[in-house]
Design a protein around this ligand. Structure first.
Ligand SMILES: C[S@@+](CC[C@H](N)C(=O)[O-])C[C@H]1O[C@@H](n2cnc3c(N)ncnc32)[C@H](O)[C@@H]1O
Length: 430
């Protein structure tokens, strides 16, 4: 089993950068989850991907020629070393020596001089190198994405770019059936955990600094969950009432399933997702919250396979999307997402929306949600749906947060410290 944190971070980065695996999947490996230095490894990996373009420019300057494919682990080790020198508060000599020592564990002693040389050259010329890298990578977003964002948000794109490259705050969702927000803030305060209530939200609390969840009062008893304030509006807008039948389509890992169950009593919730592994996390979340739902692993659009013909009062469709509103939480999206994905996602979103509409009762409501800031996946999807479907009324979402659109409401990345999110509430009419 691997134990050296820099080695673990090197392998993790290689899997994301060169094998296109998602960072969350890679970090969920038990070798990382069980490692004492998990936080250090996570910081190196998240930070490396957040500042990927900057580190790229510096690497290009310092390496005389690119490393061969079989030696991409050494390139990733250099990324680990550079990240420590630029962004972490580790004494330079320790960062260099510890990083160089990994070449031995990798059984690539030949690279010892190279890693040592590159890191020391960086230290010699760091001001010049960083100035050049910052100048060349103004947006740090892939050009295709920047172009789409600029086109969609003429006046806001610069703020979106800045927000997408910053660290996201840790935000909690409080179960206000069990405790009011001020009392929980007092309990946090008593443990010296600085936090503020999020404006316009009934349930959200933002921490001044990220914490281990088990430091939070009664996390294990389900009093709070970790969830961005923007995502918490789903439960509020859906407006479930006692005893309703609710479908949580695309439910995993279950952040919103748990919240829906906290919004009203005796709900009959069906949670569907097509990834068994992710669906397990819905179960874990519900167990902690002491809630229950009928969890089904299926393609939610293939309703013949899983639906019992009993219609729903409420449907939450938290559609698979580009996740361009949450790049600050998942910086690997900048590497993994491609321009051509958008058209494929649009097709999938429209297909799921159309397949689920017949499952809704007359007078029932469907909330379409994405963590995307691209109109192609959001308002344009609702407009396209309305052309075909005549038994739909678009309900206005009365709120003080986000931007009201002709159809739905958009929160842009970083607005009031929130993730980028889109909501449209549709009601089925006769
Ligand atoms: C945005 S995430 C859902 C997040 C979740 N609602 C929450 O709040 O924790 C989208 C989910 O859609 C699932 N998914 C994608 N295509 C699907 C399909 N055809 N049927 C069911 N689930 C699907 C993915 O596995 C992923 O878990």
């Amino acid at each position: 089993m691997l134990t050296n944190p820099r080695l673990i971070a090197t392998h993790a980065l290689r899997r994301v950068i060169y094998q296109s695996e998602s960072l969350s999947d890679v970090l969920s490996d038990s070798s990382i989850q069980d490692c004492d230095e998990k936080a250090f490894i996570q910081d190196i990996c998240f930070g490396n991907l957040r500042y990927f373009e900057i580190i790229n420019v510096i690497l290009k300057e310092l390496l005389t020629k690119p490393l061969k494919n079989k030696d991409k682990d050494i390139e990733c080790l250099l990324r680990v070393g550079l990240y420590q020198l630029i962004y972490q508060r580790i004494p330079n000599h320790a960062a260099v020596n510890e990083t160089v020592s990994v070449t031995k564990i990798l059984k690539k002693k030949w690279s010892r001089g190279l890693v040592n040389g590159v890191l020391r050259s960086f230290l010699r010329d760091q001001d010049k190198l960083l100035a050049k890298a910052n100048q060349q990578t103004k947006s740090a977003l892939p050009p295709w994405l920047l172009q789409r964002i600029k086109k969609a948000w003429l006046n806001d794109w610069q703020d979106i770019v800045i927000a997408s490259n910053q660290k996201a705050p840790m935000t909690l969702r409080l179960n206000i059936n069990q405790i009011d927000r001020q009392s929980y803030l007092d309990r946090l305060n008593a443990k010296d955990i600085a936090a503020i209530p999020v404006q316009y939200s009934q349930t959200a609390i933002q921490l001044a600094q990220a914490r281990d969840v088990y430091d939070l009062p009664e996390f294990e008893n389900g009093l709070v969950s970790v969830q961005d304030a923007a995502a918490q509006y789903a439960g509020q807008i859906l407006g479930c009432k006692t005893g309703m039948r609710v479908l949580d389509a695309c439910a995993a890992p279950g952040g919103k399933t748990g919240h829906i169950l906290e919004t009203a009593e005796q709900l009959d919730v069906t949670a569907v997702d097509n990834k068994q592994q992710r669906l397990k996390r819905v179960d874990e979340n519900l167990q902690r919250l002491k809630q229950q739902a009928n969890c089904i692993c299926a393609d939610v659009a293939d309703t013949d396979l899983w639906w019992n013909q009993n219609p729903f009062d409420r449907i939450l469709l938290d559609a698979p999307c580009s996740a361009t509103g949450v790049i600050r939480r998942h910086p690997d999206i900048k590497l993994l997402r491609k321009d051509s994905d958008i058209a494929n996602l649009q097709q999938l979103q429209q297909h799921i929306l159309r397949s689920l509409w017949p499952l809704l009762k007359i007078g029932g409501r469907l909330l379409y949600a994405t963590c995307s800031i691209l109109p192609e996946e959001n308002e344009q999807q609702i407009a396209a749906f309305l052309v075909e479907q005549k038994d739909v009324k678009v309900c206005s979402i009365e709120a003080q947060w986000g931007i009201p659109l002709q159809y739905g409401r958009q929160i842009l990345s970083g607005q009031e410290s929130m993730d980028g999110f889109y909501y449209a509430l549709l009601e089925k009419i006769e």
